[in-house]
Design a protein around this ligand. Sequence first.
Ligand code: NCD
Ligand code: ZN
Length: 347
Amino acid sequence: MTKELEIVRPDDWHLHLRDGTILKSVLPYTSKIFGRSIIMPNLIPPITTVQDATMYKDRIIEALPNDHSFRPLMTLYLTETTDVMDLAEGFAKNLISAVKLYPAGATTNSSLGVNDFKRLYKIFEKMEEIGCILCVHGEIVDPDVDIFDREHVFIERVLDPIIRTFPNLKVVMEHITTEEAVNYIETSNENVAATITTHHLVINRNLMLAGGIKPHYYCLPVAKREKHRVALLNAAVSGNSSFFLGTDSAPHFDSQKESSCGCAGCFTAPNTLPILAQLFEQESLLKELEKFVSINGANFYNLPLNSEHIKLVKEEYPVEFPNKIFTSEGDITVFDPGFPLYWSVKS
Ligand code: NCD
Ligand code: ZN
């Protein structure tokens, strides 16, 4: 039986588009369906000034297909030497929508990130005053902390002190992966929210590691135990306004992922919404999908909802998605949820 669901056009509150050839190849998968995305600044070199962000935005707009009305929302990559006046001016002029904090060494292209979080407190003070959102990659990188504990230790040692010191600072804890993070967000004030990725709603660490290592399931923060996946899914389908979609779609060439030192990131842009529709339907909570993908994030970012709608259609037979996309510089594998997908998007 065909089933249909019309929702406000969704947004993606955490997206990696890269640059050059990859940008041109991956952008249409997002821009066809999503109205806006928060664009991650971890290029090489990173986007650390408003001028960098504006030039990058121009390259994204130039790469857009003519009939896509997508709006990239730019971010600055925070360093211990970020120019706070540049940040404030860029925010006032709407040239940047948020600022991204990467602990140094936590993830892909984060070596220029932050070592001493206290050195950022002057910047946080200004951001709190002007209402600029702080997006946080919430993992501690101390060698004494096990990689599976990096997120919840970060909450205790870094995030909670920041939030207590700056209670009016709007903070998004990005791509949460643990029950502890869900609980923390649920009990925080309304200035603290979290994005959840598509892949963390699907995979757990067994799927990544048991029966052979699956490099295309390796992402950061790394997938955790099944109970954490279930906690994330419950948070996503709950409709709670503090949780919204940030796909963290992070394309890498297969040669870099299928390697003796494979890099982190799952490329989910082509099939994200069909996967989400299927998961929400399985939970009998399809009615909450629109909040997760189209409403909660826009409200948190103080932006109007997209005026257009899209239609999701449940087909009788599984819908085929490409398992790879091909670029002139290499192939990029599309995230495989491991189950057939019946939903397609009519944008
Ligand atoms: C992201 C990337 O490839 O840029 N990788 C990932 O595993 N998520 C960086 C990030 O968001 O951590
Ligand atoms: Zn990311």
